[in-house]
Design a protein around this ligand. Sequence first.
Ligand SMILES: Cc1cc2nc3c(=O)[nH]c(=O)nc-3n(C[C@H](O)[C@H](O)[C@H](O)COP(=O)(O)OP(=O)(O)OC[C@H]3O[C@@H](n4cnc5c(N)ncnc54)[C@H](O)[C@@H]3O)c2cc1C
Length: 464
Amino acid sequence: MNFNKITPAILKKIVKALGQDSVFTDDETRDKHSRDYTENFEFLPEIVVEPKNTEGVSAVLKICNAHKIPVTVQGARSGLAGGALPFFGGVALSMKRFDRILEIDKQNFQVTVEPAVITEALQNEMMTHNLFYPPDPAGRGLSFIGGNVGTNAGGPKCVKYGVTRDYVLNLEIVLPNGEIMWTGANVLKNSTGYNLTQLIVGSEGTLAVVTKIVLRLLPLPPFNLLLLAPFNNAEDACAAVAAVFSTGVIPSGLEFMEKKAVEMSAKYLGVTPLSTSDQLLIEVEGNDLTALQNDCERIAEVLQSFNVGDILYADSEAQKRELWQLRRNLGSAVKVMATLKFSEDTVVPRFKLPELLRGAREIVKKYDGLDTVCWGHLGDGNLHINIITNKEMTPEFYKLAQEAKRDIFAFTKSLGGMLSAEHGVGLAQKAYISLFYSPIHLDILRGIKKVFDPKGIMNPNKIF
Ligand SMILES: Cc1cc2nc3c(=O)[nH]c(=O)nc-3n(C[C@H](O)[C@H](O)[C@H](O)COP(=O)(O)OP(=O)(O)OC[C@H]3O[C@@H](n4cnc5c(N)ncnc54)[C@H](O)[C@@H]3O)c2cc1C
């Protein structure tokens, strides 16, 4: 792709449009914006801009579009697919100043937010109003809502309540040519033509910049119960997942952690875990405590057919927090403890989970020096197969890991699965998308991209 560099004259225009305090050319800021949480990628932007409002975003895009400068919109850069990395340099467009909750509409159970509101902060604020925003990526203490929209983020609660997409009603966006528009209306149902709102969700900053988000909310469920089911082996834990749903109960969390993952997270946090087994963490939540207790009993009963050990019930809020903390810190723990961690985000029909786990482990075993550590939102069929190593990361070794990844994805496809459930394709998985989508499917996606972004300036070299 042919892009232009930012000349002093173009820089002057950007500074004039945004103000000197919103444009950064220093090495330290550029370096910070060259990385996210993905592997060891690093792509340096030529400049970093931090617009203060939608008009500022529009002004930057107009200039970049006119001069064919690539623009990469960045949220909190907690992404695991390299989506927010400025591959061709150009402008890193940081949304960090868009951090306000604009309007809480309690009557209609809606909230309008700017994209840099931290996911957990939004959830906590909603709770004070007895409202509930369910999508809860494990990295919710870091990620921005705008990034969640960019990747269509999931999380533990999504098994019961759905993913980010299911809560986005309307978006203010800025198109690559600088035009500002709303994609829909603040309504719960909308069959008025193609759904642009949903097209933008999960588009990984390749179509437009999201500057305002209207989210649907739920009433806050007052009660939840959490149980930990330890298994003799990980495949039994995976096999038990589909059976949980046969009870008629839809848990509000059904998370899997391999023994090795639990140990790593506990070491990272410096805590002693309640159980160091291959395990499922199962949460139920709702309005009626007795009904929830009955749900837990039904789940516990069905788990007996899968070699489950003694099921532990969290008996206090502190214990629940402890268990969730262990789960939510798995990614960070493994990233710190391994020289390299490739975070895969495969998803298969639930029934295929034991097969996926077994197959992935066998595939990686064939590659000397590589290992796996697995966890995931198994209620959704979403298994994070992390390929890790503690060997020195030579280019040859990196290539081996890429081959192992390809084999795992091909196997996932053979099970009727998909490449990414919630992290997006970004840069890290783009080499594999053609395993899953036919040429005609990819042509349609490229056609959509062209309609929004004829000059291809928005987050180039991502997805396909
Ligand atoms: C410890 C940890 C745990 C995680 N757990 C989960 C999990 O359970 N579930 C899950 O889904 N993910 C998880 N993630 C991944 C990550 O948190 C999510 O992908 C999150 O949605 C990214 O948000 P962000 O603000 O960091 O976005 P970024 O990484 O900055 O950007 C992500 C993508 O969105 C685009 N984007 C960002 N802002 C905008 C905008 N305003 N307009 C248009 N496009 C935009 C970017 O261009 C990029 O393509 C985890 C990450 C970590 C580090």
